[in-house]
Design a protein around this ligand. Structure first.
Ligand code: PLP
Length: 456
């Protein structure tokens, strides 16, 4: 059913309408999400029921206006800093194009992500390659692409990249050193990457980072562009970044004192917190950016260093809220005295984050009025008791097979971490904008999976 409501056609008016309704909260639902009469929901001016009918379920729905707005908010908040979208959060060619059009850079971490970027024509000089164990294929692909910056993560990479650069004998390969500043950003252990006891980066406190700098500067094939750190994910305290800035600026000053080299770039990674459920706080991007920029200016001024250009690498903060996952209910089970399970046609194969990190979600019924509601646990279809998408969420008491559910904030690390566990194909990605839907990534089929299986 096409949506005729003009208010649903622009991000601005839709946002205002949501606020009036106090219904779908724009801080966790896509900016253009709109609750329509009868419990219907539209995103980008397209009804979710229409998307389900046309593309099937489960499906990821991407609100293009939301992504563009987040990119613009970042550019405005951070002024002349470089904003590099972390492609690991979600990547496809249309996303690369969109990020390019919005003037962002791109952070990738494999040959595969580089191939997506290059096939969408993304400029090499705005690409950064990360990874704690870059394969020869990753490194060769980055160097063949052109002026990609490589963020070094281990001592062995220094000689390896220099050796690969030699026969190319053109530009010196630009690199950054990933530093572990030993800052605890108080986040989930699986995503805490600024502390010493984890696999990423060169330790600042043991002198490994300073040693890496020495070795890079001794390699004529390499050009040291700057320092990098990434503290973790879902970080809500700017203090963690301020501490990291002071420590990295200290290393920059030491490099200047020892080698007479002024490093032009300071990359502070991503990990900026994003609200995911209605109970989470909104984060103040402008205030956060102002504090980081002030911290860099202040630290450098006190060390008599020229302030480097800042890079930040948000992934989740750009894409998380722009996408919802649309499911169809397959079965409803009431376990007397305990709980009601609503099982949908996807689950941990399209969203592994509940099982991995205990992530929490907001779920809405699509096209069924929400009154009366009951506490319900939404589970997936997979053969794991831990395949729980959202525990204890309020859904209409009359929810039944065939109904549609939408789960908010499923843009980051959902499609990109999806699997085909139980040989369930990965869902399509459908973009919506100005009342129109278009397919970005098609559904993975049983035929796709059979094709990989070449040995009977
Ligand atoms: C080096 C680096 N930069 C940026 C990011 C993006 O983090 P987030 O999506 O939490 O902003 C990550 C995530 O793992 C990362 O490893």
């Amino acid at each position: 059913m096409p949506v005729t409501d003009d208010a649903a056609r622009s991000a601005g008016s839709a946002t205002a309408r949501l606020r009036e309704q106090g219904d779908l909260r724009p801080r966790i639902w896509p900016l253009t999400a709109c609750a329509l009469a009868g419990g219907e929901i539209s995103v980008g001016g397209v009804s979710l029921a229409e998307i389900a009918a046309r593309y099937g379920t489960p499906a990821y729905v991407l609100d293009e206006a939301d992504v563009r707005q987040r990119c613009r908010d970042y550019r405005q908040a951070f002024g002349d800093a470089e904003i590099a979208y972390a492609g690991k959060a979600f990547l496809c060619r249309a996303m690369v194009r969109l990020v390019d059009e919005e003037g962002l850079s791109l952070d990738v971490c494999s040959e595969g992500e580089l191939a997506v970027a290059s096939s969408a024509g993304f400029p090499a000089d705005r690409v950064l390659l990360h990874g704690n164990a870059k394969t020869p294929g990753d490194l060769r692909a980055a160097m063949a692409y052109g002026a990609v910056r490589i963020v070094l993560d281990s001592a062995g990479e220094i000689a390896r990249i220099a050796a690969l650069a030699q026969p190319l004998a053109r530009l010196r390969q630009r690199v950054l050193v990933r530093v572990t500043p030993d800052v605890d950003a108080h986040t989930h252990r699986a995503v805490a990457t600024g502390v010493e006891d984890q696999k990423f980066g060169f330790s600042l406190s043991t002198g490994a980072a300073a040693d890496a700098v020495r070795r890079i500067l001794a390699q004529p094939e390499l050009e040291l562009a700057g320092l990098h750190c990434h503290l973790g994910s879902q970080i809500t305290r700017p203090e963690a970044f301020e501490t990291a800035v002071r420590r990295l600026a200290g290393l920059m000053a030491a490099v200047h004192a020892e080698h007479g080299v002024t490093l032009p770039e300071l990359n502070l990674g991503g990990g900026h917190g994003v609200p995911c459920t209605e109970d989470d706080h909104d984060y103040d991007l402008a205030g956060f950016a102002a504090r980081i920029r002030a911290a860099v200016r202040g630290a450098c001024a006190s060390l008599r260093l020229p302030a480097p250009r800042i890079t930040v690498e948000p992934g989740r903060a750009i894409i998380s809220r722009a996408m919802v996952t649309l499911y169809r209910v397959v079965s409803v089970k009431h376990v007397a005295g305990l709980r009601t399970f609503v099982a949908v046609d996807g689950g941990m194969s399209d969203n592994p984050r509940s099982a991995l990190y205990g992530a929490r979600y907001s779920v809405r019924a699509v096209s069924r009025p929400a009154d009366p509601v009951q506490l319900t646990t939404v589970v997936g279809r997979h053969c794991e008791a831990g395949d729980v998408l959202a525990a204890d969420v309020a859904l209409p008491a009359g929810t039944r097979p065939g109904d549609l559910l939408a789960v908010a904030c499923t843009g980051a690390y959902h499609h990109s971490m999806a699997s085909n566990y139980n040989m369930v194909g990965r869902p399509p990605v459908v973009a919506v904008r100005d009342g129109a839907a278009r397919l970005l990534v098609r559904r993975e089929t049983a035929a796709d999976m059979r094709q990989r299986d070449v040995g009977l």
